[in-house]
Write a protein that binds this ligand. Structure first.
Ligand SMILES: NC(=O)c1ccc[n+]([C@@H]2O[C@H](COP(=O)([O-])OP(=O)(O)OC[C@H]3O[C@@H](n4cnc5c(N)ncnc54)[C@H](O)[C@@H]3O)[C@@H](O)[C@H]2O)c1
Length: 289
């Protein structure tokens, strides 16, 4: 299978990694040469990590790397069977990238968007044949996370749905199929839990650390909802909440504590403080006790 990944940023490079390990010939395309260089280094380093952890052999590592071609020239994607778009979350940009891709890939290619918050129906609207458009929502880091949401737009055909689910399984991932609704399945539920946890901190129910411990120890969540908010970024969570509130109603109204922290630049791990204070990539003490 020949796969073109459009956009070599955080998601695109890891999606290219996953496809190459699964045996696809991958064309990783970006408009920025620098992003391609960084992507190649990043993929090589992560594959090396995989060898060190015994996940793949040295031979498989170099074969996977050999299957990835990086380019700024979309013509290199000619005849591809699968296109996965991972450019920034901007509808006009995604429209331009998808219709450009459609003009070079195979006539029966599957054309996927990795959007996390836009409507898949609106994104794939730009296609001359929107029945082959679908959402493939990978999670970060894509080479580690098992879940891929297969998002079915209004015009996605049954055949496209089946093929998309097959692709996900071939990539060694688990497919969860959802209709094109705001927040899909994962963000909607994850954000709802995070939002309630923040309100609990706000009203003094318990500290962030104790709320997280309740979910980790009592419900077997690998990471509590507040630590997860710090990992994702409080600004990112706030944007998602504002969008879900607009689409789904007041139950997604962002808590004041979240807005206050974002205004103060306390965005979580990336700035060193959010609901926790962070040091060397680890939460060191609860900030809200
Ligand atoms: N970052 C995450 O955790 C995450 C998780 C799931 C889904 N997503 C979604 O994935 C998509 C990409 O997000 P990201 O975090 O990887 O973004 P990013 O900013 O890290 O990378 C985007 C890349 O696209 C490139 N690009 C811009 N215009 C282009 C064009 N015309 N053709 C080809 N490449 C172009 C940029 O140069 C950049 O390298 C978004 O839709 C986002 O919502 C992100």
């Amino acid at each position: 299978m020949h796969t073109v990944v459009l956009g070599a940023g955080t998601m695109g490079r890891d999606i290219a990694h996953v496809c190459a390990v699964a045996g696809h010939e991958v064309t990783l395309r970006d408009v920025d040469e620098g992003a391609l260089t960084t992507a190649r280094e990043h993929i090589a380093a992560n594959l090396t990590g995989g060898v060190e952890r015994g996940k793949l052999s040295e031979k498989d590592r170099s074969a996977a790397l050999d299957r990835i071609a990086t380019t700024t020239d979309l013509a290199d994607a000619a005849g591809a069977d699968l296109a996965v778009e991972a450019v920034p979350e901007d509808l006009e940009l995604k429209h331009a990238v998808l219709s450009e891709a459609e003009s070079v890939v195979a006539d029966d290619a599957l054309i996927a968007t990795n959007t996390s918050s836009l409507s898949v129906t609106s994104v794939t609207d730009a296609l001359a044949d929107p029945t082959r458009g679908v959402g493939l929502h990978f999670f970060n880091p894509a080479y580690v996370m098992e879940l891929v949401e297969v998002v079915i737009g209004e015009r996605t055909s049954e055949r496209t749905r089946e093929r998309a689910e097959e692709v996900v399984v071939d990539l060694g991932k688990q497919a969860v199929t959802v209709t094109d609704t705001p927040g899909f399945a994962s963000s909607r539920l994850g954000v709802a839990l995070g939002c309630e946890a923040m309100r609990m901190v706000e009203s003094g129910v318990a500290s962030a650390a104790d709320i997280d411990a309740a979910m980790e120890l009592g419900y077997r969540h690998p990471t509590g909802p507040l630590e997860l908010t710090d990992l994702v970024g409080l600004d990112v969570r706030l944007d998602i909440l504002e969008y879900l509130r607009e689409e789904l109603g007041e139950r997604f109204r962002p808590p004041q504590v979240l807005k206050r922290k974002v205004r103060a630049g306390k965005l979580g791990r990336k700035t060193g403080e959010g609901f926790y204070v962070w040091s060397d990539g680890e939460p060191v003490r609860p900030a809200d006790r």
